[in-house]
Design a protein around this ligand. Structure first.
Ligand code: UDP
Length: 516
């Protein structure tokens, strides 16, 4: 199989959003570590962000590269530079963003037809449905990479088959035939499965169809954690492989530090701050790359963390760092008065480096799937504050299924894009303090939660090691691609028959001219 692997060339097409780009780049690295060649398609802004990761991989002799395609912002009516979902200034721009993404199809097809060797397969985000057509056109197998868990896929499936009338905004409804007792209200359902949502001009239906027509489904998760939900989802899609947590491929300090964007904190400052705190004492607070937290809510978070009287790291997203919050921080001298116990990062934080430090004892999270899984992989118990999408499902995973977290008890999602009224606060400082106290409690409940979290961390690490379930599932994926290449007729088969492993891509150049 080794020589066959060297002939493989995977073309990875992530949605331009941090929750897809980051794990799919990790996944690409994992593939390249198996000896095959991987090209990641993205846009110039994202290529610049991820180039340092690729450069390090190339320096380690991995065949990994980024190919940027020009993103048609203006054609889709978006401001220049709107190349990643974290650059959008209003939730209303999402439809245009997906339109711009679908305009890449032509450019990608031109690129693929000239690419040597031809890709052996495509791996795309679940949110890039047009890749299904590209796969059919070139007779190249297309696999979908899911940025959510099997648990979430199964929950969505159950809800899809239920009568929407059953759901009520306040009264939780039990989802049928699941290994656990999972109840949700209508307000907690992801927009993508609510029948009263606008479905983003039919895009959500296309995503579902693309998922069902895919050759196989990859899930950034691991079987030992999914407790029956992989088997359930395999009833829908037989070739479902859990191949994560992919973030665990980042073992060196620099790999953990430089991930996704340029950090707003110096690595040494961050590490020395953490080194000076005792084990399991710090609460890390970060709400991902997309959530907008209104100023008044940010103030409550800051005051809640302060009143918990424990060391904390608090990330304020660049777009939330408004003149109002700056003024408040200055007038209150908040940073100064908390300089002994608080590290405040305005912008991008090295999340997995922080989470994996022994000083971190709790994670206040919005329950984005990557953040949730990164918390699990680092053995850190969590305070759950779901805000949108499938984050209420992820809260159930953390608090009910794995029992490694406490709820902050929000019952409805956050309106996205700063539409909150001034003064509107969902979670008050007292509730934040209460949740921190409960999580960090060193009584029996707290100790057991921490032990379970540590056991899961061990399981996650074993899953990605050689002989582990995710490592094996990655092998099954590679074998499947080899099988597909043998079975499919046409240019793909001819390519397999040619003797030289990596032709014009050799040496696998990290820098490829921009296309499109
Ligand atoms: N992230 C990070 N630094 C930050 C904010 C986010 O490294 O300051 C990373 C985080 O580690 C995760 C991703 O961005 O890999 C966020 O994905 P997630 O699914 O948790 O949430 P989303 O951003 O989609 O809401």
């Amino acid at each position: 199989m080794a020589s066959q692997i060297e002939q493989l060339h995977f073309l990875v097409v992530p949605l331009m959003s941090q929750s897809h780009l980051i794990p799919m780049t990790d996944f690409a690295k994992l593939l390249a570590q198996r000896g095959l060649a991987v090209t990641i398609i993205t846009t110039p802004l994202n290529a610049a962000r991820f180039q340092p990761i690729v450069d390090r991989a190339v320096a380690a002799n991995l065949k990994l590269r980024l190919v940027p395609l020009k993103f048609p912002c203006s054609q889709a009516g978006l401001p220049p530079g709107s190349e990643n979902m974290d650059t959008l200034t209003s939730p209303n721009q999402a439809t245009q963003f997906f339109q711009a993404s679908s305009m890449l199809q032509d450019h990608l097809e031109k690129l693929v037809s000239g690419l040597e060797p031809r890709p052996s397969c495509f791996v795309t985000s679940n949110a890039v449905p047009w890749m299904a057509q590209v796969g059919r056109k070139f007779n190249i197998p297309t696999y979908v990479f899911n940025a959510i868990s099997c648990f979430s896929l199964v929950c969505s499936n159950r809800i899809d088959s239920m009568d929407e009338e059953l759901f009520d905004s306040e009264k939780p409804i039990l989802l049928p035939n699941l290994p656990h007792r999972i109840e949700l209200t209508k307000s907690q359902l992801p927009r993508s499965i609510r029948k009263d949502s606008d479905k983003l001009d039919g895009l959500l239906d296309q995503m579902k169809a693309a998922l069902l027509s895919a050759e196989g489904v990859l899930v950034n998760s691991f079987e030992e954690m999914e407790l029956g939900y992989v088997e359930e989802y395999r009833k829908v899609k037989k070739k479902t492989w859990c191949i994560g947590p992919v973030s665990l491929c980042n073992k060196e300090l620099l790999d953990k530090f430089g991930r996704g964007n340029k950090n707003s904190v110096d690595e040494h400052r961050c590490l020395s701050w953490l080194d000076n705190r005792s084990n399991n004492s710090v609460i890390y607070t970060c709400f991902g790359s997309l959530c907008h937290i209104p100023t008044d809510q940010l103030i409550e978070i800051g005051l809640g963390l302060e009143s918990s009287n424990r060391p904390f790291i608090w990330i304020i997203r660049e777009t939330d760092y408004s003149p109002e919050i700056q003024k408040w921080l200055e007038e209150e001298r908040f940073e100064e008065r908390n300089k002994e116990k608080g590290l405040i990062i305005h912008g991008w934080a090295p999340q997995i480096l922080i989470l994996s430090h022994p000083a971190v004892g709790g994670f206040l999270t919005h329950c984005g799937w990557n953040s949730t899984l990164e918390g699990i992989s680092a053995g850190v118990p969590m305070i759950t504050w779901p805000m949108f999408a499938e984050q209420f499902y992820n809260e159930k995973v953390v608090t009910q299924v794995l029992r490694i977290g406490v709820r902050i008890s929000v019952e409805v999602g956050m309106k996205r894009g700063g539409v909150e009224e001034k003064g509107e606060v969902m979670v008050k400082r007292e509730e934040i303090k209460r949740a921190v106290d409960r999580l960090m409690d060193e009584g029996e409940g707290g100790v057991q939660r921490r032990e379970r979290a540590r056991e899961l961390e061990e399981m996650a690490k074993r899953a990605v090691e050689e002989g582990g379930s995710s490592h094996w599932n990655m092998t099954l994926l590679i074998q499947d691609v080899i099988e597909q290449m043998k079975n499919r007729r046409g240019p793909i088969q001819e390519d397999m028959d040619r003797p030289h492993p990596v032709r014009s891509l050799h040496p696998f150049s990290a820098q490829v001219a921009s296309h499109g």
